[in-house]
Design a protein around this ligand. Structure first.
Ligand SMILES: [Mg+2]
Length: 326
């Protein structure tokens, strides 16, 4: 059973003390947090829900993984903008019969990831939920004025790049849905349970002004590429053979396609970026492989196409990941 609300807030405050940061003038304990940005910086703000039954299941995801994934959703958005995270805020509603241990592990999973980026938990709210565990994470970040990476800067002729490998998270989720037992700490499974936000990579791109547009892959390549094409008013060609596909879990060797997960699977939290043809994008940035997977084309309908090894084009539909709604 969770602690009463005031005790719960006090407990989270004690847990949150681990990470202090220069930018935080006042945090939990005042009516509002006071954040101090470096001079001549823009503030980034992003907010994301993590809802039981939609984004995670208690029977599949350990509480610390739920906390980690909750914060990654926000941190990945800051990474996509080229931002440096400044402070996080958590609003958490839990059912009356939830064990306090679950909440402790959730908060610890979230704070362990936050500590790695010296990110303070600077406030939030707690409440009882009539049903599902519901967490709303707000992450703030900063960029030197005018340098945020936007979705809207891609131009015909630009190259399209992706970081890391795609489809690992969806592969694990698919195995879980099939009733397979997956150890959260197994190397291949960590990409689903403990994904890595690409913050250093985003900052690297921002500082060098090499990317014309950028987005993080939370809903899947086909869907997020679609958002980028819409915002930039362009189309895209994706070369099937150049997609970095994550190997599938053992349990999915048959009847599942690594290409399908790479194209449509969500929650990899890699970055998709575009850059002018003459921009020199290294093969590795901040220790993460970066692959050229396609190019931006002019298309007033903002369509994307998959190009196979025979140079045949097929439309790349936006097959966005619908979490577990089947
Ligand atoms: Mg995003």
């Amino acid at each position: 059973v969770p602690l009463p609300e005031t005790d719960l807030t006090a407990r989270i405050r004690r847990q949150a003390r681990k990470a202090r940061a220069k930018a935080l003038v006042a945090g939990i304990g005042d009516d509002s947090a006071v954040l101090r940005l470096p001079e001549r910086h823009d503030l980034l703000v992003t907010t994301d829900f993590s809802i039981e039954g939609v984004h995670f299941r208690r029977e599949w995801h350990p509480a610390d993984s739920v906390g980690h994934r909750c914060l990654v959703r926000g941190l990945s958005d800051i990474a996509a903008m080229g931002g440096t995270p400044v402070a996080a805020f958590l609003s958490l509603a839990v059912p009356a019969d939830l064990p306090q241990d679950w909440i402790d592990d959730f908060v610890n999973g979230l704070l362990e990831l936050a500590a790695r980026f010296k990110l303070p938990l600077a406030g939030g709210d707690t409440s009882e939920s009539p049903g599902a565990v519901t967490a709303d994470i707000i992450v703030t970040g900063a960029v030197p004025r005018g340098t945020a990476l936007l979705r809207s800067g891609a131009r015909p002729g630009d190259s399209i790049y992706v970081t890391g490998e795609l489809g690992a998270s969806a592969g694990v989720l698919h195995a879980l849905m099939r009733g397979e037992q997956i150890a959260p700490n197994a190397k291949a499974a960590r990409r689903h349970f403990y994904p890595e936000p690409r913050l250093a990579l985003g900052e690297w791109l921002r500082d060098r002004k090499l990317a014309s547009a950028c987005i993080d892959l939370s809903d899947g390549l086909s869907t997020d590429l679609g958002h980028l094409c819409d915002e930039s008013a362009v189309g895209a060609l994706i070369y099937e053979h150049s997609l970095p596909r994550a190997p599938l879990p053992e349990a999915l060797r048959f009847g599942a396609s690594a290409l399908h997960f790479a194209l449509h699977g969500g929650e990899d939290y890699e970055l998709l970026l575009t850059a002018a043809p003459k921009a020199k994008i290294p093969e590795r940035i901040a220790k993460v492989p970066v692959r050229r997977i396609g190019e931006v084309i002019a298309d007033k309908n903002h369509r994307a196409w998959l190009v196979d090894s025979h140079s045949q084009r097929k439309p790349l539909g936006r097959g966005g990941w619908e979490h577990f709604r089947e």
